[in-house]
Design a protein around this ligand. Structure first.
Ligand SMILES: Cc1ncc(COP(=O)(O)O)c(C=O)c1O
Length: 371
């Protein structure tokens, strides 16, 4: 069943135009010929099989359930940056909220060029890195093609591949597109030698001590590097991510992206964040310090086995026969949110974000009640 283009079929009351009359007759003919179908029959077949993304419970919902103020919920489930953006990133700085944003985010891309040392023509900004992951897949994947995923990793790679009708391979060698987060220089060079498109996701690079490879896109036509303001600048709620692309690829991203994908508010806040480098460094240092303290404390919990981390979160295996999902639910009842995934690779784990020192303290008080 196709989609009828209703161009020329006004929804306002001037329906006696000859064009719209003909169109109406056509529509009624189509409706008579085909029996009315159920709504899901209009959905593309591969999307009918799509498993819904497993979202986190919004913290306002949990706070209402527990009868507590949202600010009293300890939110360590989504790797946000609880320090938020620097004070100058206020929406009061928005002069023209009623005007559509610059489709090319020129001011922000210039500021990012200054920040990264990579010229702005290689940079594209998106509504979060999430949007760019989807945009890349929409541009490069044909239905039935495959990406390689290295689990446990960011669940949106598999999710967006499924939305775009592509398959996923784990750990095999015949693939065309590879999504990776952390990799040594030596390994990255080896992979870039292969005839595959490599997407290096540097969402957490600030916490790793590793230098960004954004500039490498000038040399490697098969490399895309993604970054985000969600973690480094505490702007997860305003949705601003960016990517570095080879010129031969970015041209198509421009053609396919939604024109107004980055809001005026997002651009203003991201620009303000970049203008206060000292704040961003201080916050990064505080989160790295807290991650190290959290790691040591989690190591002392008898039923948790934390993995060393280069990001702003710690993955913990739940041991001693304790159920990871149950642990997450019990902590939520005490107002502490951590992440649990039902996937095969992660169902025995919980993931805890590094927050402020008081968040770690509250988590430890709750965990102590289980031993
Ligand atoms: C590895 C990774 N990439 C990308 C993102 C998404 O970033 P954004 O908030 O900019 O969409 C996340 C978010 O948690 C992430 O963990």
């Amino acid at each position: 069943m196709g989609v009828i283009d209703l161009h020329g079929f006004p929804s306002y009351p001037c329906a006696n135009l000859p064009k719209s009359r003909a169109l109406r007759q056509n529509i009624s003919r189509v409706c008579c010929v085909q029996n009315l179908k159920t709504g899901d029959s209009f959905i593309r077949p591969h999307l009918r099989q799509l498993a819904a993304y497993q979202p986190i419970l919004p913290f306002e919902v949990l706070s209402a359930q527990l009868g507590r103020k949202p600010e009293d919920i300890v939110k360590l489930d989504a790797n946000e940056n609880p320090y938020g953006p620097p004070p100058e990133a206020t929406l009061g700085n928005m002069k023209f909220p009623y005007v559509y944003p610059d489709p090319q985010s020129r001011r922000l891309r210039d500021a990012l060029a200054h920040d990264s040392g990579l010229e702005s023509q290689y940079i594209l900004v998106g509504c979060g890195a999430d949007e760019l992951i989807d945009l890349i897949m929409r541009c490069v994947l044909d239905p039935g093609e495959k990406i390689i995923d290295c689990p446990p990793t960011f669940s949106m790679y598999v999710f967006d591949a499924a939305v775009n009708g592509a398959g996923v391979i784990k750990g095999e060698t015949s693939f065309h597109y590879l999504f990776i987060c952390i990799i040594s220089e030596e390994d990255l060079l080896k992979i870039l030698d292969m005839p595959i498109l490599v997407v290096l996701d540097e969402a957490y690079i600030e916490f790793s001590g590793v230098k960004s490879r954004m500039k490498w896109v000038k040399k490697y036509e098969n490399l895309i590097v993604l970054r985000t303001f969600s973690k480094r600048a505490g702007l997860a709620g305003l949705r601003v991510g960016y990517g570095a692309f080879p010129l031969s690829i970015i041209e198509y991203m421009w053609r396919a992206k939604q024109p107004y994908n980055v809001s005026v508010a997002g651009e203003v806040a991201a620009l303000a964040a970049l203008s206060n480098g000292q704040y961003l460094e201080d916050v990064r240092d505080a989160l790295v310090r807290e991650r190290e303290r959290l790691f040591k404390l989690l190591k002392d919990v008898p039923f948790l086995d934390p993995y060393p981390s280069h990001s702003n979160f710690i993955l913990c295996e739940v041991t001693c026969g304790k159920d990871a999902k149950r642990l997450k639910e019990d902590l939520a009842k005490m107002g502490v949110m951590v992440r649990h995934y039902n996937s095969k690779e992660l169902k025995g784990f919980v993931r805890v974000s590094a927050g402020k020192p008081e968040h770690t303290d509250a988590l430890m008080v709750c965990l102590k009640q289980f031993y």
